[in-house]
Design a protein around this ligand. Structure first.
Ligand SMILES: Cc1cc2nc3c(=O)[nH]c(=O)nc-3n(C[C@H](O)[C@H](O)[C@H](O)COP(=O)(O)OP(=O)(O)OC[C@H]3O[C@@H](n4cnc5c(N)ncnc54)[C@H](O)[C@@H]3O)c2cc1C
Length: 395
């Protein structure tokens, strides 16, 4: 049987960032993921034929806050991200608008847009330089056995004994299930469609979001000045996924009110279920959940990875402090400190997303009027604008 100090189940962005944060801790860390090792895609220039775009960019993109970006750069070197400097939130059914830019906040940028697969590869390459972190790809967790001071984990390939088991295995977490940790779940009858589009006008490093009758539409600026990543959270996902490239490009052009001119082309689409869920507890003795395994947030304000990275940072700090004090890393005192520091933040973000998701999807004219007025009031109120801006940028 193999032995490790920390066993991380899940090598997504959050699990990898957490493993990277422990690379100089002296602890032996093992990461297991049921997926294959992410592969570098060659950087081929974009091509377009009629409405069909071949951007060579994977459509899973995340907008990261400055603090998430700083954390990642503290645990890894030479990470690639596109800074964005302005944010606009528009009500596509009216005249409501809220906007702010980095300059107004005396910042150089509001955050960074990252390609999830590229970031994973860069984190893995960073971690590979250390001698205390090990990976098992194409390996799935099957069973847990609780010991006095740790867990024995059976996978489809091996058996590993660990002092601390970290569930970073996403919204369908098997660790959470096997440990019988209860969770609450809300569904929205919506799915998120993601794709890369080419626009006539340059994005100007602005992240834009429209609340429309067909759902919430985000345009995130990529490193190419005429490419954006789109996320459309909609209940019309079946109909829209069946549309051809020209029809969907025209739909996006309408929903974005032509702000970026014509949509010249669209790359392949992926669709993701949308829900919010929250684990009642994130910790047990010798076991802890981080990222989407602990809480899954509606993607409309792009906060899921940001909150997950804040979990990784806090857990890593709590573990390193425990090591310095000679306290066992799996003891409840250490893990409860992590839970009490992270739970209020993720719960309040989930509550805010609930209000946004329900309020902005309503076609009731009274609610439409209220949200138009609301966006304009926030725009003109120094205090509320500061609160919203802080939420959006400095988590
Ligand atoms: C459409 C959309 C857009 C989004 N946009 C943003 C954004 O702009 N900004 C933002 O901050 N967030 C965004 N999010 C949320 C963000 O993508 C997630 O919060 C984040 O990716 C969660 O990372 P994670 O590492 O916790 O989980 P995941 O990315 O789900 O990774 C879990 C890993 O665990 C592995 N795994 C699962 N089960 C097992 C098992 N049984 N055994 C072994 N391995 C297993 C999986 O293979 C996977 O690699 C968006 C989400 C969606 C759906």
């Amino acid at each position: 049987m193999e032995r490790t100090d920390v066993l991380v189940i899940g090598g997504g962005i959050v699990g990898l960032a957490f493993a990277a944060s422990l690379k100089s801790s002296g602890l032996i860390v093992t990461v297991i993921d049921r997926g294959s090792k992410p592969q570098r895609t060659s950087s081929v220039p974009k091509k377009r034929k009629n409405w069909t775009l071949d951007s060579h960019i994977h459509p899973r993109i995340s907008a990261l806050s400055i603090s998430a970006w700083q954390f990642l750069n503290g645990v890894g070197e030479s990470l690639t991200g596109t800074p964005y400097t302005r944010m606009e939130v528009l009500d596509g059914e009216g005249t409501g608008k809220l906007s702010f830019c980095a300059e107004q906040l005396a910042l150089e940028q509001l955050g960074y847009i990252v390609e999830n697969d590229k970031l994973s590869i860069e984190l893995i390459n960073n971690i590979k330089k250390s001698k205390n972190v090990f990976f098992y790809w194409d390996t799935e967790i099957k069973e847990l056995e609780k010991l006095e001071d740790g867990y024995v984990v059976k996978t489809d390939k091996n058996v590993i004994c660990t002092k601390l088991l970290v569930g970073a295995d996403g919204s369908q977490s098997k660790v959470r299930k096997l440990a019988n940790l209860n969770y609450c779940k809300w569904t929205y009858n919506q799915k998120g469609i993601v794709a890369v589009v080419e626009t006539e006008l340059q994005h100007g490093r602005t992240a834009r979001q429209w609340f429309t009758s067909r759902g919430t539409l985000a345009f995130l600026p990529l490193s190419d000045k005429n490419l954006c990543s789109i996320v459309l959270s909609t209940s019309d996902y079946d109909e829209i996924m069946l549309m051809d490239d020209e029809s969907i490009a025209k739909l996006l052009e309408n929903l974005s009110e032509g702000v970026l001119g014509k949509i010249f082309g669209i790359d392949y689409r992926l669709v993701f279920p949308i829900s919010q869920q929250h684990s009642v507890r994130y910790v047990e003795k010798n076991l802890v959940l981080i990222g989407d395994a602990a809480h899954t947030i509606h993607p409309l304000a792009g906060q899921g990875a940001n909150i997950g990275l804040a979990d990784a940072k806090q857990l890593s700090q709590s573990i390193k402090q425990a090591c310095l004090k000679g306290i066992p890393i799996g003891c409840l005192e250490v893990l409860n400190q992590y839970q009490s520091s992270r739970r209020p933040d993720s719960l309040s973000t989930a509550a805010l997303m609930e209000v946004f998701a329900r309020g902005f999807s309503s076609s009731n004219p009274a609610i439409q009027w209220l949200r138009n007025e609301g966006l304009n009031k926030v725009e003109s109120s120094g205090f509320f604008k500061k609160v919203i801006v802080k939420l959006a940028t400095l988590r």
